[in-house]
Design a protein around this ligand. Structure first.
Ligand SMILES: Cc1ncc(C[n+]2csc(CCOP(=O)(O)OP(=O)(O)O)c2C)c(N)n1
Length: 332
């Protein structure tokens, strides 16, 4: 299995991003964070239906991966999928509108927080069923292979999903058919309220990709640079027809599994420890150390983003609800 499994280390000496790339990463991560914080605020006020599963803490994964993608690539993700949607270019107003049940939402307000989909952005759907997005992405990778337009598929899922049967079937099929797909496992150490050590003996879930003879990489999921570089190689392989790659991004969700989670299954000390390693703070330090962006510019961008997110949320709250004529359309 050794030859199929790799531990990605960022080469600090040769790593270089220009100011534009650093700004792109800083912006995307902050838009996701601001959006998720605002969503919690709206949910608390009882303005949103369904459940809300926060992506706070995992921003570097969606950002680092999606910075390598084009909008004609395909992505699937979980109920936390607003992070990936934003990273691929979704409009926060349309996302808020969706979550608030407004007609301007990506699914005309009928999908809610867990079911973002947008064909124009290649988003084949966030999915409330654990692991269900994985075979859908494999199917789209098969389409991409036939179409020969250089498209690829990327699927995001959690550690818990790697115990689903569909995950194993999808990996095996992608490996044998050499499909252009990147499997991105966001290992945030918990499946709902179950710590991974209670459900899975593998310490590195990338071993599961390696077991299917898929080149598999473990990467620091809280370092946007490492996620970007590891994904870049995987995306190149997929575009060149060299088959799938499995990326395990080690990360941590800083909020509860969903809004209302009492978090009795983990200690405050553990959360505090991970808060020190959270991706936005870490990237801020890199930007300052490497003199890519100074403190004033970082703050300026961040403040602007928080204002824009407030405005988008306000506009969505004031937006129209779908009319009765929409009640049976697009519903399966
Ligand atoms: C097939 C299925 N089984 C159980 C559930 C209930 N459930 C919702 S989220 C979740 C945890 C999944 O954990 P993981 O895949 O690690 O993703 P994370 O929530 O950590 O992002 C479970 C068991 C479900 N939605 N679908």
């Amino acid at each position: 299995m050794g030859e199929w499994l790799q531990f990605f280390e960022l080469n600090e000496q040769s790593w270089s991003w220009d100011q534009q790339k650093a700004e792109e990463a800083w912006r995307k991560m902050n838009v996701i964070r601001a959006f998720e914080e605002k969503s919690i605020e709206l949910y608390k006020q009882g303005l949103m239906g369904g459940s809300l599963h926060s992506y706070i803490g995992q921003e570097a994964v969606a950002t680092g991966v999606c910075m390598n993608l084009n909008t004609d690539d395909y992505i699937t993700m979980t109920y936390r999928g607003r992070g990936q949607a934003i990273a691929i270019g979704a409009d926060p107003y349309k996302l808020f509108a969706e979550m608030l049940g407004r007609k301007d939402g990506y699914c005309k307000g009928k999908g809610g927080p867990m079911h973002i989909a947008c064909r124009e952005l290649g988003i084949l759907g966030a999915n409330g069923i654990v692991g269900a997005g994985i075979p859908i992405a494999v199917g789209s990778a098969l389409t991409a292979k036939y179409r020969k337009k250089g498209q690829i598929a990327v699927t995001f899922f959690g550690d818990g999903a790697t115990n689903q049967g569909a995950f194993h079937e999808a990996l095996n099929l992608a490996a044998i058919l050499k499909l252009p797909i990147v499997f991105v496992c966001e290992n945030n150490l918990y499946s709902e309220m179950t710590p991974i050590k209670y459900s899975t003996l593998n310490e590195d879930l990338a071993e599961r990709g390696a077991a299917y003879r898929i080149p598999s990489i473990v990467v620091d999921g809280n370092d946007v640079r490492a996620v970007f570089e590891a994904t870049k190689a995987a995306v190149n392989r997929a575009r060149l027809g060299e088959g799938p790659t499995f990326i395990e991004a080690k990360t941590y969700r800083l909020a509860g599994h969903m809004f209302g989670d009492a978090e009795t299954y983990r200690s405050k000390e553990e959360v505090a420890e991970w808060r020190q390693k959270e991706p936005i703070k870490r990237f801020q330090q890199v930007c300052l150390q490497e003199q890519l962006l100074d403190e004033q510019r970082l703050n300026e961008i961040q403040n602007q983003i928080y204002k824009e997110i407030d405005t988008a949320a306000q506009q969505a709250m004031e937006a129209e609800q779908p009319g009765m004529e929409e009640i049976f359309t697009d519903v399966y």
